[in-house]
Design a protein around this ligand. Structure first.
Ligand SMILES: Cc1cc2nc3c(=O)[nH]c(=O)nc-3n(C[C@H](O)[C@H](O)[C@H](O)COP(=O)(O)OP(=O)(O)OC[C@H]3O[C@@H](n4cnc5c(N)ncnc54)[C@H](O)[C@@H]3O)c2cc1C
Length: 482
């Protein structure tokens, strides 16, 4: 990857600069660039783009708004069991990510229980408790035939993937015109597949978007198409999924360390100002940095609060205004009493009521005290926007005690984590509403003059962490070859 960037850089430093000066004489004296490229955001996409540009001899600076690296990769190092608060499972097909992990001498591991819930789930459905083994024969099971063995927490993924029209297609097939007919409300699609109200209601508990009716079926079909593709590739001890030993956050930390210029933390970008020859990036603390080009990995909804001069083109601004990310909230507690020994059910709870999941871990206390997390996503997560942390701890503990009386008094608050509860995060993942795949998904990679965009929301093949890597690579190539 060492060839064409030379002419690209020479273009900026000689031809491009001279031509632009001739075209726009004496409008405004623009400052000389401090850097070849400034990357905004020290998540995986931004760090990967910076690393590729540095390998191609560009002088790169990364500006990060938060006081920590990693963005949506965040290991809660001080919580028992070191849970991953965001990007958790590295898939077998995550070629760029796996390669980077190996290059930086980090190690993989599979946590106890693998990607399944340790000890299984106790299901709370319509106010009745059902064990995993009783589900297939339960009166509350709305499915027919062989489908009755599909456990409630797997209904969304398994049923979406049955008859998935994207199966056996390349990963970017979701953008092909022939699949545009699925860019419709997901619940409509499922109804046409013969899934009744109750099956759809249970699937909606797990969905990571605002609601099924407000989600493009094509988005969900793509999601599970990519998941099943990744699941077919075994890469570590025969498993398709692994994590990084010591915590996934070690990866962005090692990537940042390998950069020549230290990542600047606490640099919230609020304004981009383009001249014919370069871009000045303005930060909330009053500092400014200038570069020939910029790569922004800022999530779409956060861009709503940022100004561009000149303004974004109309269709890009419309996408910024309309595209949303799915929400979730994690409420972490210490488990002070082994409540499952009182009621004889599985330690973890999956519920169709207010607190959708409570996952217990560290039950053998090998890695610190026993702990658990209430994980609430989608529509049910929205109300927490209106509550203080204290109110959330109380609300969740009270609701859990109501759902499962043995849990009363068994939880002690540790911390709350949500990608949306700070100004630099917009939610968990981008999701497309009905019609948005056609309107926006194929255009998210377009540049605005000297400003290029990366981030998982711009990836077209992979999703999640590998999507972030894919997008960082593409944006770096945009800078090098455009
Ligand atoms: C709960 C949860 C579970 C997940 N599980 C998985 C999983 O199991 N597997 C998987 O592959 N993926 C998973 N993901 C998704 C994955 O974590 C993300 O897709 C990926 O990390 C996104 O990387 P990114 O670089 O695109 O964005 P980010 O990591 O969000 O990076 C953007 C960066 O920009 C910074 N920023 C924002 N605004 C500004 C500003 N104005 N100025 C300066 N900096 C700014 C942010 O602080 C952030 O560091 C999960 C995500 C969540 C939330």
């Amino acid at each position: 990857m060492k060839s064409k960037n030379i002419s690209r850089r020479q273009f900026f430093k000689t031809t491009g600069g001279v031509a632009a000066m001739a075209a726009a004489p004496a409008v405004k004296a623009t400052p000389k660039s401090d850097y070849d490229t400034i990357v905004i955001g020290a998540g995986l996409s931004g760090l990967h783009a910076a690393s590729i540009l540095q390998d191609n001899d560009l002088n790169v600076l990364v500006l990060e708004g938060r006081q920590r690296l990693g963005g949506r990769v965040y290991t809660l190092m001080h919580v028992p069991g070191r849970p991953e608060a965001a990007g958790e499972w590295i898939g077998g097909n995550y070629a760029r990510m796996i390669n980077t992990i190996k290059k930086l001498n980090l190690e993989f591991f599979i946590p106890e229980g693998g990607s399944s819930r340790l000890g299984g789930w106790a299901y709370d459905i319509k106010g009745q408790f059902i064990s995993e083994s009783d589900w297939a024969s339960s009166d509350l099971n709305p499915l027919k035939g062989d489908n009755r063995t599909i456990l409630p927490h797997r209904m969304l993924s398994t049923l979406t993937n049955q008859n998935n029209p994207l199966a056996n297609q390349p990963l970017d097939a979701w953008l092909k015109p022939e699949f545009a007919k699925y860019d419709i409300p997901f619940d409509q699609y499922l109804e046409k597949q013969g899934l009744g109200d109750e099956a759809r209601r249970l699937m909606d508990v797990t969905i990571h978007t605002s609601h099924m009716s407000n989600t493009s079926a094509l988005h969900e079909l793509r999601r599970y198409h990519v998941n099943s593709f990744n699941g077919k590739h075994k890469f570590f001890e025969g498993s398709s999924y692994a994590q990084i030993k010591g915590g996934n956050s070690l990866l962005p930390q090692a990537m940042a360390k390998s950069l020549n210029n230290p990542v600047l933390l606490g640099k919230t970008v609020v304004h981009f100002e383009q001249s014919p020859t370069n871009v000045t990036v303005h930060c909330a603390d009053g500092t400014q940095y200038t570069a020939d080009t910029v790569i922004s990995s800022i999530p779409m909804p956060v861009l709503r609060d940022i100004t561009f001069s000149p303004r974004l083109p109309v269709h890009m601004q419309a996408a910024v205004n309309e595209v949303d990310y799915g929400l979730s909230i994690q409420v972490h507690y210490l488990i002070t009493r082994r409540y499952w020994e009182d009621d004889g059910m599985a330690p973890s709870l999956w519920s169709d009521r207010s607190i959708e999941r409570f996952g217990a871990r560290n039950l053998d206390k090998k890695d610190g005290p026993a702990a658990g997390v209430a994980f609430i996503n989608g529509e049910a997560a929205h109300k927490f926007r209106l509550m203080s942390d204290d109110a959330i701890f109380k609300y969740v503990a009270n609701e859990l005690a109501e759902l499962r009386p043995s849990m009363k008094g068994a939880l002690k608050p540790i911390m709350i984590q949500s990608c949306e509860r700070d100004p630099h995060g917009a939610g968990d993942w981008v999701y497309w509403k009905p019609g948005q795949v056609g309107r926006y998904a194929g255009n998210m990679r377009q540049s605005h003059g000297r400003i290029h965009f990366c981030g998982e929301h711009t990836a077209i093949m992979e999703r999640g962490m590998e999507g972030a890597f894919e997008s960082g690579e593409r944006a770096a190539l945009d800078v090098l070859f455009s």
